[in-house]
Every structure is written in C-alpha cells, then in structure tokens.
Design a protein around this ligand. Sequence first.
Ligand code: NAP
Ligand code: HSE
Length: 428
Amino acid sequence: MSHPLRLGIAGLGTVGIGTVKIIQAHAALLTARSGREIVISAVSARSRGKDRGADLSVYGWEDDPAALAAREDVDVFVELMGGAEGTALDATRAAIAAGKDVVTANKAMLAHHGNELAAMAEEKGLVIRFEAAVAGGIPVVKALTEGLAGNEIRRVMGVMNGTCNYILTRMENAGLPYGDVFEEARGLGYLEADPSLDVDGIDAGHKLSLLAAIAFGKKVSFDDVELEGIGRISIDDIRRAGDMGYRIKLLGVAQETGRGLEQRMTPCLVPADSPLGQLQGGTNMVVLEGDSVGQIVLRGAGAGAGPTASAVMADVIEIARGSRISTFGQPASLLATPVPARANSPAPYYLRMELSDKPGALAKVATVLGDEGVSIDRMRQYGHEDTSAPVLIVTHKTTRDAIDHALKRLPATGVVSAEPVAIRIETV
Ligand code: NAP
Ligand code: HSE
C-alpha cells in the first residue's frame, strides 16, 4: 500500500470539524476506498483553546495557516477558513508555492482568484479541488467535470443558495413578509456573517461562475454574472405568481448564446410543478443539460457540516487515488476568455401592476405592450382595492429589452399607480 496521504486542515469551524469527524469515524473505509491511509498531520484556526467537540490533541498545531500549508508533513492543504481575500488566499498561494495540492470549500476565493490559482497550481503539476464550494454535498463539480465530460453542455441552472430558498419558501408557506423571515433566518443562524452575500445573490453567483467555467471551458468571470437579490420580492408577488402556476426562485442560469456567455443569478418564476418549483427550504438543486445526456437533476443539502465535509472528503479521496484533474476540467491555459452576454434571450415574463379604476385602463397597457412587440399570453385582474386593481400578465416569449421599453412607457399612460414588477419565467 502507498504511503499515507497527509492533510493540513486550516479552519476548524462547521466544515473543518465536520471533515475531521469523518476522518476520525471512517478511517478504515477511507483507506479501503483510497488505497492508502488518509491522516491529518496538523491543523490551524484562530483560537487554539476553543472547545470544538472533537479530539484534536493528536494533531500538530500551527497558528499561521500559511505555515501549516508549507509543513514538510503535509501533502494536501485543506482550506476551510473562507473569505475571498486575506488569510485564506495567502495560505492557498503559500501551499501551491510549497508544492501542495489544495482542497477548498471557498467559492468566494475561487470566484475572484480561481484563474490565477489554477494557473499557479498547474504550472507546478498540482491540483486544486473544490467540490464543497458549490452546492455543499451535491457532487455537481464531479458530475460536470467527469460524469458529463463527453457532452457539450447546453445549460447549467439551479438554486444554489439554501438561505434564499428557505426565505422564499417560508414566506410562501407562512404568509410572512420578507423582513420577518429574514430576521427569522438570522435567528436560526442561516445567514452568512455578511447577509448580503446570501440575499443579494453574491454567494450563489460565485457558485454559478465556477460551474460555468467548467461547463463552457471559459475562465471564471464572476464579475460578468448579472446579479439581483431577493430583497424586492414581496409576499404579494409570491402569492400572485402562485395563482398563475409559478413559484419564485433565486435561480442561476449559465448558457452560451450566439452573443456570448450569459450568466445570471436573479429571481425567476418557474412552473410550480417542476422539480425546481417543488424545491422547499434550504435544499439546493442543480440542473445540467448536455447534448447527449439530456437533462440531469441533482438535489440535496447545499450546506451544513456533514454534507459539506462529505464533498471535501470526496476531493481528498480523489487526490489519494492519484486522480489529477485540472481545476476547471481542462488546463487553465486552454480556458477561453468569455465574452459576456446580457440576459436578453427570449422568455415569457410575469408582470404585476396596479391599474387605476378608469375605463380603458387595461387597453392603454395592452397598447403599450403591443407597440413594443410584447404579446399577452394570459391575464388576470383582481378586485379593486380602493382606487386601483392588481393586474397580472403572463407574456409570450419576449426579450428583456422589449419589457424594459414597455415598463419605461407605462407611467405616461396615467393608469399605472405603482411601479410595475417584471420577472422572467424560466423554462425548465
Ligand atoms: P466557520 O464555521 O466560520 O469556520 C471558519 C474557521 O476558519 C474557524 O475555525 C476559524 O477559526 C478559522 N479561521 C477564520 N479565519 C482565520 C484566520 N485568519 N486564521 C486562522 N483560522 C481562521 O466557517 P465554515 O462555515 O466552516 O465555512 C468554511 C468554508 O466553507 C467557507 O469558505 C465557506 O464559504 C465554505 N462553505 C461552508 C458551508 C457551510 O455549510 N458552513 C457550505 C459550503 C461551503 P476559529 O474557529 O478559531 O475562529
Ligand atoms: N450561505 C450558503 C447558503 C451556505 O445559504 O447556501 C452554503 O454555501
């Protein structure tokens, strides 16, 4: 049997301790599957004295994660601290400089520095694996990099932030407004230390940018992801969308278009009876479409100690087995620079507006939409509330540009009493 694979684990929080516990609980199983022992040489975190609910006394300790990364008795640096910059990035660079493979759960770091780190690692014949960085326990990086390697990928789509899905489904199920459920999620410890990472779509956008790089053979380009959070989604929109047969999701979509690479993480309507529409609570779902395989749906826990550590260990075992897959599925030098394309591919749209109680009001709205080439598929008007009535319109396929032009012209009709809401309906 080969010599043991020796790990240095930096970060002993939720994911780090989850990883330690798997290694302690399943030593024999991991050895059998890897063909060699997997051992922890040393660990690092901010506070050495903290009780972490696991026995760490047999491992070496380093206060400085970069020193851990460079230790002689470490083969793989397991970065589980988090943060796009600072200590995690410095230590990862130090690990590569010292000739160590890297396993990380850090989507923020890879979304911002993945191209540089991949190039550095590959120059030295090292690997960086990051299954845990995208959709927690769901093996989506491996699905794309290995299982679907023979396909031209047509589209990558999914709900990749459990906190946002929890908030949206909780709003619907309990009939509570966004602010109340946001506070509830904070109380439950679901939100990142900086909640905007979750609710503004940034965390999910990081994940999407990593999947897009693998799927389309492009450099990671997080800055090109069109981001919109869930903060403006009202309980009214959730209810009304439900009446029309849809649910609202913070949905990521990446696809190659004739204009370039479209990457967006925005609220979208999906059919309520589709797998994405049925997704409840903090669960994640990723939908992959390949030219040969068709559609694959992966669903599971996107966060938490066990699921995320499960993904970390999958990467560790991959390295222990001797697999040397390029960071984004092909050598970094072969990844093309993407041409970003704004999400303007045709889709049906959901429009909600408040119309004044005046004769001909609806006709004026229909005229504006018609002038902009937006065709109405379905429409519903609700009873008047004071002097206005909520109206819902589902359009036939149209472009974001056409919708934006129409929205700009609606105030001039004098019959729309509040700012209309327009949300794309995604075909799944
Ligand atoms: P966490 O519970 O906050 O733990 C972070 C750990 O890193 C702590 O042990 C902390 O030390 C240590 N640390 C932070 N800054 C450090 C520094 N400057 N020097 C040394 N150690 C430092 O975080 P987590 O939830 O486990 O997340 C870790 C990574 O996994 C992040 O990249 C996160 O995005 C990713 N991830 C997490 C989940 C999840 O469900 N939690 C899911 C997917 C991906 P102390 O304990 O001493 O403070
Ligand atoms: N904040 C993230 C989520 C954690 O809610 O999905 C896992 O990446």
